[in-house]
Design a protein. Structure first.
Lengths: 204, 421
C-alpha cells in the first residue's frame, strides 16, 4: 500500500497538521464511543456463548473460523496501513455488520426466545455498529479523506445468510452467530485502536 | 461475478467466489483448507427426543482432504467427551454413537453433540432436544381492572419443567358466537400471564383457555367461563387520611375516597382496613367496613405511630352476584395517637385486640350499648360522638384536678404554668 506524499493520508504528515478544534473533538468523541462499544461487544459475546451451552463458553473452544460473506476479520497487515485507509476498512466493516447481527438475532429469537437480554444486546449491537460507522465516516470526511458515501446496507447478503441459516442445522447457526459476534468485537476494537492513532495524545 | 464491492479484509486476497454459493458454503460447512470445518455431517440433525429414550447417531466424513477417515474421531456432548465404548466405526468413513436413557436438555437451544477429528478440531455438530411434552395448564384465574381489560394467570402443567421451550397461548372467545382470539401481551404479572387490553364485552360470558405447545406435543387447559362483571377489581382507594380523634389516646380516624374509576358504580362496595404499629410486621385487619368511606380505629396504644392501608372490593357491580376481587392496598399512611402526661391505669395503655376497644367490663358494655343504639336509634352517630367528647372532657378535667391538688410531677406543662400554688 503506497502513501501519497504530502497528503492527509500520510500518518507522519498528520502530526504536522493542526486539526481544527471541532475535528479534534469529533475524533475524541468517536474514539470514546468505540471504546464504550468495545466493552459492550465483549459483554455481547459472553452473553451469547452462555446461551448456546457448552462447549461454546469453554476455554479452548475453537470452532471453524468460517469467513462470513462481505466480512472477514481484520487482516494481519491492517495495523501497517495508513490511518485513513484503516478507518475506511473499519467503516466498511461496521456497515456490513448490522444486517448480519440482525440475522443472528432472528435466529436466536427462535433458539433462545426467553433470552431477552441477549436479544436486546444483539439489537443494540446492530444500532451501535451503524452509529459508529457513521461517526467514523464523519471523521474521514472531516479529514478530507475519501469515504464510501451513502450506500444501502448489503440486504441481499443478509437475506441470503438468513435463508441459509434457516435451512442449516442449529449447530452451524450457533457457530455462525458466534462468528458474527466475534467479528463485531474485533472490528469495534480495531476501530478504537485506529482512532486512538488520531486522538490527541495518540501515537500519530 | 460478485455483487457489490469486496469486503474490507479481502483487498489483498484473491477475488472472492460468487456471493450466494459462498454464503451457503460458509454456513453449511464446506471444508476449508487446514480448518477441518464441517468436513463431516452428523445424522440425525437436531432431533427431538423424549427423556429416557435412546439415540443412534452417525458422523460421516466427506473425504476432504482426500484420505480422511473416521479413524480417531470422537464425540463430545455439551463439551464433555463421551466414553469410547459408546462409539464404533460403521465403516471407514463413519463413526456411530449410541446413547441411552437420555436426560432432559441442559439448555433450551439444544444440547451440543459434536464430532471431533483426532486433533480435537470440530468436524460437525448437531443439537439434541430432549424433553417432555407439555402437560395440561390449569388453575386459570382472571380479573378485570375497572371493566376495561382482562388479565389472566395460569399454572403450567403438573410438573412444569419440560426441558424444551414451551409456548403458552391464552385464547378466548365469546361463548355463543365469535371467533377464537389470541392474547398478545404476555408475562404482564408473572411468567404465565397475559393481558387483554381492550375490546371486551360486558353482560356476556367469555370462554378462556390456555394452549401449551413444544416440539414434543401440545396440551390444552379446561375452559374457564366468566363474565367480565364477575371479576372486576379496581384501584386502591385514593386520598387515605388518618387523623387523631380529638385528644383520645386510643383512637384514630381513617377517611378515604371511593376509587374514582368506579365511583359511580360502587353502591355496594366493601372496604377493608389494615393497620400495624410502626415497628411491627403484624397487620390487624378491620373487615366489617361496608360501603363507607370512613372508619374509626379504637383500642390503640397511646403515643404510638400506626401505618394504615385501605382496599376496596367492588362487588355487586351492575348486579353481579359474585364475590368480587379486592384491589391492591393503598399506599401506607401514618399517624400517631396522642400521649397523655399521666400514666394510664395499671401503668400502661390497653393492648389493642384486632381492632376491638381496650378491655374492661365498663367499656365492653358501653360498646354493646352503642352497637344496639346504632341499629335501633335514629341518632346513633350523635350518641357515639357525644361519648367521645365526654371522654375527652373527662381526661382534661382529671388533669386539672391533679394540678389543683399538686399531684402532677414537674413536666413541661407544669413548668409552663408556673410554680404550683
Amino acid at each position: 500500500m503506497s502513501r501519497r506524499e504530502g497528503s492527509l493520508e500520510d500518518p507522519q504528515a498528520d502530526s504536522s497538521i493542526s486539526p481544527l478544534p471541532h475535528l479534534e473533538s469529533k475524533i475524541q468523541q468517536t474514539h470514546s464511543l468505540a471504546r464504550l462499544l468495545t466493552k459492550y461487544a465483549e459483554q455481547l459475546l459472553q452473553e451469547y456463548v452462555q446461551h448456546q451451552g457448552d462447549p461454546f463458553g469453554l476455554p479452548g473452544f475453537s470452532p471453524p473460523r468460517l469467513p462470513v460473506a462481505d466480512l472477514s476479520a481484520p487482516a494481519p497487515g491492517h495495523a501497517g496501513l495508513p490511518v485513513p485507509e484503516r478507518l475506511r476498512l473499519d467503516e466498511a466493516a461496521l456497515a456490513a455488520l448490522p444486517p448480519l447481527l440482525d440475522v443472528v438475532r432472528r435466529r436466536q429469537a427462535e433458539l433462545n426466545p426467553r433470552a431477552l437480554r441477549l436479544l436486546r444486546r444483539l439489537e443494540d449491537a446492530a444500532r451501535q455498529a451503524r452509529a459508529l460507522g457513521a461517526a467514523v465516516e464523519a471523521v474521514l470526511a472531516a479529514l478530507g479523506a475519501e469515504t464510501r458515501g451513502p450506500q444501502p446496507e448489503p440486504a441481499a447478503a443478509a437475506a441470503a445468510i438468513a435463508a441459509a441459516t434457516v435451512t442449516a442445522g442449529v449447530f452451524p447457526a450457533k457457530v455462525l452467530g458466534l462468528r458474527v459476534c466475534g467479528l463485531y468485537r474485533e472490528w469495534v476494537s480495531r476501530t478504537e485502536a485506529d482512532l486512538g492513532q488520531l486522538a490527541p495524545g495518540g501515537p500519530a | 461475478m460478485p455483487a457489490g464491492r469486496p469486503g474490507p479484509a479481502a483487498q489483498s486476497a484473491r477475488r472472492p467466489p460468487p456471493l450466494l454459493p459462498l454464503l451457503l458454503l460458509c454456513v453449511l460447512g464446506a471444508p476449508q483448507a487446514g480448518s477441518g470445518a464441517d468436513a463431516a455431517v452428523i445424522s440425525p440433525q437436531d432431533p427431538t427426543l423424549l427423556i429416557g429414550s435412546s439415540l443412534q447417531a452417525t458422523c460421516s466424513v466427506h473425504g476432504d482432504p482426500p484420505g480422511a477417515t473416521a479413524e480417531g474421531l470422537y464425540w463430545t456432548l455439551n463439551g464433555h467427551r463421551l466414553p469410547p465404548e459408546l462409539s464404533r466405526m460403521l465403516n471407514v468413513s463413519t463413526l456411530a454413537l449410541a446413547l441411552a436413557n437420555l436426560n432432559g436438555s441442559r439448555q433450551q437451544s439444544g444440547d451440543n453433540l459434536v464430532c471431533h477429528a483426532r486433533d480435537g478440531s470440530i468436524l460437525a455438530g448437531s443439537c439434541l432436544y430432549v424433553g417432555l411434552p407439555p402437560e395440561k395448564p390449569f388453575n386459570i384465574s382472571c380479573w378485570s381492572k375497572n371493566m376495561k381489560d382482562l388479565t389472566c394467570r395460569w399454572t403450567p402443567g403438573a410438573h412444569g419443567e419440560t426441558f424444551l421451550h414451551t409456548n403458552y397461548s391464552l385464547k378466548y372467545k365469546l361463548r355463543w358466537y365469535g371467533q377464537d382470539n389470541t392474547c398478545e401481551e404476555y408475562h404482564t404479572v408473572g411468567p404465565h400471564s397475559c393481558h387483554i387490553p381492550k375490546d371486551l364485552a360486558l353482560f356476556t360470558p367469555y370462554e378462556i383457555w390456555v394452549e401449551a405447545t413444544n416440539r414434543l406435543g401440545s396440551a390444552r387447559s379446561d375452559v374457564l367461563t366468566l363474565d367480565i362483571l364477575d371479576v372486576v377489581t379496581t384501584d386502591p382507594p385514593p386520598e387515605v387520611h388518618v387523623s387523631r380523634v380529638g385528644g383520645l389516646e386510643d383512637q384514630l380516624s381513617v377517611r378515604w375516597v371511593s376509587p374514582p374509576a368506579l365511583k359511580d358504580f360502587l353502591f355496594q362496595a366493601k372496604y377493608q382496613i389494615r393497620y400495624r404499629v410502626e415497628d411491627s410486621v403484624d397487620w390487624k385487619v378491620v373487615d366489617d367496613v361496608s360501603n363507607q368511606t370512613s372508619c374509626r380505629l379504637a383500642g390503640l396504644k397511646p403515643g404510638t405511630v400506626y401505618f394504615v392501608q385501605v382496599r376496596c372490593n367492588p362487588f355487586g357491580i351492575y348486579g353481579s352476584k359474585k364475590a368480587g376481587i379486592w384491589s391492591e392496598w393503598s399506599h401506607p399512611t401514618a399517624a400517631s395517637t396522642p400521649r397523655s402526661e399521666r400514666p394510664g391505669p395499671g401503668g400502661g395503655a390497653c393492648e389493642p385486640r384486632g381492632g376491638e376497644p381496650s378491655s374492661g367490663p365498663v367499656r365492653r358494655e358501653l360498646k354493646q350499648f352503642l352497637g344496639w343504639l346504632k341499629k335501633h336509634a335514629y341518632c346513633s352517630n350523635l350518641s357515639f360522638r357525644l361519648y367521645d367528647q365526654w371522654r375527652a372532657w373527662m381526661q382534661k378535667s382529671h388533669k386539672t384536678r391533679n394540678q389543683d391538688e399538686g399531684i402532677l410531677s414537674s413536666g413541661r406543662r407544669g413548668a409552663a404554668r408556673g410554680p404550683a400554688r
